[in-house]
Ligand binder design. Structure first.
Ligand code: F6P
Length: 489
């Protein structure tokens, strides 16, 4: 069975538009892990039925939609998407996106075990929003709830922290609608979060949790997120969660872990293309093992720590080529500038170590097409991720599928941070292929890299690849939506 959603709400529009030349606008497809995961849950719009996607338009095009209800039918390769694009003024969007979503909630939600702002030079302390920033966040969430309530009855599936207030707001507008919420990020450790927040910040997080509780069912990435959420409900909301369910205002809300998956068929298809990534050419020509690092340039990804481990491994005598590509993200959010300085410093050390060892080293700050990402994942001997914390981390999952084209004894070693969802979802399984590290333990991380480069760590196994394929994005969406339909209403 393959379940589809009637109404999907996500911060970003599925297809946005940017102003083109001569005033005409051109379509811009959104990208990212959330979009890729949710895509299989979209039913094409046919005969008045299918999925409606509600998301914000950011690119500034199509201003005539601002007052026109914003419904559009967009032709996509998989069929027609019915989309309702919401447009906001600059000030409202800055408060909602840069301030509350990405300077307060994003750093806060990733505090799963350790007070990361105290342990690195660049991880930002969650900034308690100013009243006007919070008001902007509420306005945007209210606009999403209102837009959803204007749609015909049917299940609404709301995604991620930017829309954390929407479930309760929609419930107030439409008490009878079935509502699901999925958090793509981790949920924080209550003690660590409390230690990093002032009283006002704590109250704001509590409001977001209350907002999420407007849903009938809440999905988290992994079991530890579920446990931390239950602990928060007990400690800060005075509620009594039991067995993955909690009663609030006479209503039962259920919650569970649904580790997100990838579009394995898409990765398979791209991995079958003959092209090589230009970045890997020098490494392959040198005949050295190829280590790759790929991600958004985010302070949760542990990029400086990885570069320091690379320098240490090279200094200790390992020989490998490194290609690191970090795509710029969230321009205008201050903490990302500090991160770039930390990356540049760590890259200078790693580049010096590589020059001394006579091995190729590249660390680029740029976005590359997804087919090049997959080509690098296919050609790598070590896929080195090092998230300090991560909802899931899809890169090693994509790499496992890309590597399936190689013989088992030639496949890569996948390295991931111990607090990334992937380490919980796959680390304990009997399917070898993933090595978990603590990126803040530089010596152990460098040693894990040395072992992987020497071919002494477990390589991606057939069993691991089978697991990744079985738990793909389609299976994830189907499981969540099926359980949501079964939830008591
Ligand atoms: O898909 C990964 C993710 O980090 C989601 O958790 C989040 O909703 C999305 O990216 C946000 O990305 P952006 O800030 O670029 O819209």
């Amino acid at each position: 069975m393959h379940a589809r959603a009637g109404l999907i709400l996500a911060n970003r529009a599925f297809v946005d538009s940017a102003p083109g030349r001569h005033g005409a606008s051109r379509p811009v497809a959104a990208s990212g892990g959330l979009l890729a995961a949710v895509r299989p849950a979209i039913a094409p719009w046919e005969g008045g039925a299918g999925t409606t996607w509600i998301g914000a338009g950011l690119a500034g095009g199509d201003h005539e939609l601002r007052n026109g209800g914003g419904v559009e039918l967009v032709g996509l390769p998989q069929g027609v998407l019915r989309q309702r694009r919401l447009l906001f003024d600059h000030g409202t969007w800055a408060g909602h996106y840069a301030a509350v979503s990405n300077s307060f909630l994003w750093p806060l939600l990733h505090l799963v075990r350790l007070p990361l702002p105290d342990l690195t030079a660049y991880y930002p302390r969650p900034a308690t929003p100013l009243p006007e920033e919070w008001a902007a966040f509420e306005r945007v969430n209210q606009a999403f709830a209102k837009a959803a309530s204007n749609e015909p009855a049917g299940t609404a599936w709301i995604h991620d922290y930017q829309l954390g207030l929407v479930p309760a707001m929609l419930r107030r507008l439409e008490p009878g609608r079935r509502i699901g919420f999925f958090l793509h990020t981790p949920f924080p450790n209550p003690d660590v979060a409390a230690a990093c927040l002032d009283a006002a910040g704590l109250a704001r997080l509590s409001t977001v949790v209350r907002g999420m509780l407007g849903a009938d069912r809440i999905g988290f990435q992994c079991r530890p997120d579920v446990d931390r959420f239950a602990a928060w409900l007990e400690r800060f909301e005075g509620l009594e969660p039991k067995g993955g369910s909690v009663v609030i205002e006479g209503r039962a809300v259920s919650f569970d872990a649904y580790p997100v998956g990838i579009d394995a068929a898409e990765v398979d298809q791209l991995a079958s293309l003959p092209g090589r990534s230009p970045e890997a050419a020098e490494a392959l020509a040198a005949g050295l093992p190829l280590v790759v690092g790929l991600e958004r340039s985010d302070y949760t990804k542990g990029i400086p720590e990885r570069l320091e481990a690379i320098a240490a491994a090279l200094d200790a005598g390992s020989r490998f080529a490194y290609v690191g590509i970090a795509a710029p993200t969230r321009a205008g959010v201050a903490a990302y500038d500090r991160l770039e300085t930390a990356i540049a410093q760590a890259a200078t050390g790693a580049r010096r170590a590589a020059a001394a060892a006579g091995t190729p080293f590249v660390q680029l700050r740029q976005a590359i097409p997804f087919e090049e990402v997959v080509a690098l994942q296919r050609e790598a001997d070590v896929v080195f991720t090092s998230s300090l914390a991560d909802g899931m981390n899809l890169v090693p999952l994509q790499a496992a599928v890309a590597q399936s084209r190689r013989l088992p004894e030639r496949r890569a070693v996948l390295i991931a941070g111990r607090d990334a969802g992937i380490s919980h979802a796959y680390g304990a399984s009997n399917a070898p292929g993933l090595v978990s590290i603590d990126p803040l333990d530089r010596a152990a991380t460098a040693e894990a890299l040395r072992t992987a480069v020497a071919g002494k760590a477990p390589r991606v196994s057939d069993a691991f690849i089978r697991e990744v394929r079985r738990n793909d994005a389609r299976a994830w969406a189907t499981q969540f939506l099926t359980d949501l339909e079964d939830a008591p209403c």
